[in-house]
Structure formats: C-alpha cells, structure tokens
Design a protein around this ligand. Sequence first.
Ligand code: AVJ
Length: 319
Amino acid sequence: MLLTDPAPAFSAATIDPAFRRDILDGLSRTPKTTPPIWFYDRKGSELFEQITDLPEYYPTRTETALLKAHGADFAAAVGKGRAVVEFGAGSSRKTPHLLRAIAPAAYVPIDISGDFLHASSAELASAFPALPVLPVVGDFNGPLALPSAIGDMPRLGFFPGSTIGNMEPTAAVDLLRAMRELLGDGSMLLIGMDRIKDRDRLVAAYDDAAGVTAAFNLNLIERINRELEGDLPTGSFAHRAVWNDAKARIEMHLEATRPLHFHVAGQCFHMEAGETIHTESSHKYGARDGRLMLRAGGWEPVEEWTDAEGLFGLILARA
Ligand code: AVJ
C-alpha cells in the first residue's frame, strides 16, 4: 500500500532557491564546480536510468546480480520485520530483490526527484501489496525525518549504486554518521561501493559510445537555462570524463569549447576556451577501503560480497 507525503515544495514554475544558490556559488568559484544532485530533474533521472542499461556502465548490473545472488545471506544477517530506508531511491529497480529476500515490515524510499519517486513508489507498492510504502521527498544530505508510521521497527538503511562515491571522503563520513543517527541503535546498513579497476574501463563507463552520459551531463546546462533564466550556449560545451588517480575518482566536466560569456539569474559569468565546470566526482574504493570508511562513519562491517572480477562491493554493517 502506498502512503504519500504532502506535495513537493516547488512546482516547475517557481525558482528553487537552493538550486539557484548552489549554481550561482558554484559558477563563481575557481575552478567552477556544481553539486551532482542537480542532475536529477525528471529528464536527468530518466537519462540516468538509460545509463544503467549501457554496456559500458557495469555498476548497476553487477550490483543487481549481487543482490539477486545473496538474498539468503541478507535474510540470515538482518532478520525479518525491519523498516528498509533507501537513500536516493530513484527508480528503485534493485530494491525488489532485497525486499523479496528479507520480508521487511515497511519500505521508506527517499529521493530528491518527487514525481519520479511517486511513480516508482506506486509501481513498487503494487508489486508488494501487503508492504507499507512510505516515500519521503527530500535531500538525504540535509536533515530528514522518518515517517512516524514506522514507529520503533528496527531499520535497515539501503544505499546502493555507490552513490556515496559522489561525496568527498570527509562528507561521506559525515553522511554515514548522519545515517547512523537517523536510523538509530540496532540499525544496519547495506551499502554499495564501486571498486578501483582498470582506468580505461572506468573512463568508458562515464563516456559511453552512445553519448547518453554526455546528454546526462549537458542536461544540467539545459536545466540551468530553463529554471534559472540562463543563456548558456549548450552547443559550446563538451562532455569530459577523466580519471583522477591521486584522488581515486572519475570526474565529469563540462568544457567550454570557445571563450564564453553567459548569464544565470541576472549574474554574468565568463569562461576561457578549455576551462571546465566540474559537475561530478565518482570516487572508487580499493578492496578494503569501504570497510575503513564505514568504521570512520560509526558502522561496523559484518559481511562483504563482491563479483568474480571484483568490480563492485556490497557491504553490510551494523550500528
Ligand atoms: C548514481 C552517483 C552512482 O557516479 O556512477 C553515472 C552517477 N554519473 N554516470 C555514478 C553517474 C555518470 C552515478 N551515481
């Protein structure tokens, strides 16, 4: 059964002040950097879904295979009757495998993209008619409240996709601590973390032949133009994906292909030819790095699963 929240705070017609602030701040910095959460408007969320089906983008299919293969392990380790709280639920396509395995008492998907969240929650609720589905529209990087309907059920946080990799290590540890606070004593966390691997394989996953990731990156410019009265010349930006070995991360940039002058929300900006807007970092982890980061964030690793090639890790931890 689907039990929904009040309507999202901002309709398409109003300027979201947080989006405005983040973009103006980010474009005023040197180098220019924008937070990746703003990729996920409706079109961005749909493009991300397309990314997950690309032959080059191994994380989703590898993690989904792990979730399918280890259901009995999860059930044994977490028990029944938990409230599953998913951070950044998106389309929730991986979630049915987990829900089928552990028979939870409630499911709380949290996502920043409200219309997308409600559509996928409705779908999930019809696939699991007896399960209370309680979507929360919000940014899990800020303060959040869990629905009161889950009462004092023990919680299992679910944070798949290596979304944690979008964060700088300090912010990632802060987020893990905040999750520990939110979920409470006795909670557990199942988290996906993408592994360090061959550089060419990593770069290809973020610069696919079909150009879907390029469209996903460039959609940010279209969104700024549409929602923040911008006049950025979409055709004068190129998608770049680079491996930063010192920081063990893939970076996505939007590179100005000529000198540019443009406006956003009444402010003027300038870019040199070749200058970039750094739009996303996707950190990758060595075989035991994830466990160390979890411990720094207040979680004790219980078990870790990986595929035969060691492409992706799924770690279960307890509070
Ligand atoms: C959803 C943040 C895990 O970093 O791999 C995919 C986003 N960006 N292709 C990732 C993304 C470009 C994705 N995360």
